[in-house]
Design a protein around this ligand. Structure first.
Ligand SMILES: Nc1ncnc2c1ncn2[C@@H]1O[C@H](COP(=O)(O)OP(=O)(O)OP(=O)(O)O)[C@@H](O)[C@H]1O
Length: 229
């Protein structure tokens, strides 16, 4: 389980996260929702140790993450970070060389799933195609958890639907997923838990099935209720 426990963070005097707490269990898909600037990406970076926190703690399977624990978390940032001169195949080779838990056969499967060309230069990829390659790089790691920052950004409607299929299939099975998205409607039927963040504070955290069954509300309804109040 990933535990984010009373995490606060600021940049200079600006408070960005205040006492943020939630958990992500293995086998669970958790969606962090919030308006622009709410602090979603900052939380993912804090979990990955890419930005320091001011107070609180982040535990992965009960331990403070170190290099070995980070290898058990796949992180898909909101943009592809590989150099534009590389070809897609070079990016895959780099990942294979760098990460002991790289799963080459899963990478090949995902490349074909997305219809990606191994020889294409990264600098020549369209925004949506680069986003797909970015997802391949994150999902092809054999990890217990996956963090995805806006994985649907720039991706067309039909491809988004296909990615949603991935979420309900073997690719995710048993892993804990934490993602941020502004396209929550596309995956709302797949999300187990939603955490609504408003100006750095957890405004509401809920079990999506329970809210749907007991209150007859969708995740988008809950977002409107909380963020437009
Ligand atoms: N390196 C930084 N230095 C200063 N302020 C920052 C930095 N990174 C983020 N912030 C600020 O922290 C706040 C939260 O940013 P963050 O990127 O986490 O929001 P977000 O919820 O992911 O937004 P979006 O939906 O627009 O991607 C914003 O006010 C942003 O300006």
């Amino acid at each position: 389980m990933i535990e984010v426990d009373k995490v606060s963070k600021g940049f200079a005097r600006k408070k960005v996260l205040r006492d943020v707490s939630f958990t992500v269990e293995k086998g669970q898909i958790v969606c962090l929702i919030g308006l622009n600037g709410a602090g979603k990406s900052t939380i993912l970076k804090a979990i990955m140790g890419l930005t320091p926190i001011r107070s609180g703690r982040i535990l992965v399977d009960g331990k403070k993450p170190d290099r070995r624990l980070y290898e058990r978390i796949g992180y898909v940032p909101d943009h592809l970070t590989m150099p534009s001169s590389m070809r897609a195949v070079d990016a895959l080779t780099f990942m294979e060389d760098f990460y002991p838990n790289w799963n080459a056969s899963r990478a090949a499967e995902l490349m074909s799933f997305f219809g990606l060309d191994f020889k294409e230069r990264i600098g020549n990829l369209s925004k949506g195609t680069a986003a797909k390659l970015n997802l391949v790089l994150g999902l092809a790691l054999d990890s217990d958890y996956i963090l995805m920052d806006e994985p649907f950004s720039g991706i067309d409607l039909f491809s988004r639907e296909r990615i949603a299929e991935l979420f309900s299939g073997d690719m995710i099975d048993g892993r804990g997923v934490l993602l941020t998205t502004h396209e929550v409607g596309d995956i709302e039927h797949l999300i187990d838990k939603a955490v609504i963040l408003n100006k750095g504070v957890v405004a509401r955290s809920f079990d999506c099935d329970r809210v749907r069954e007991e209150e007859g509300k969708s995740v988008v309804d809950m977002m409107r209720e909380v963020l437009q109040a």
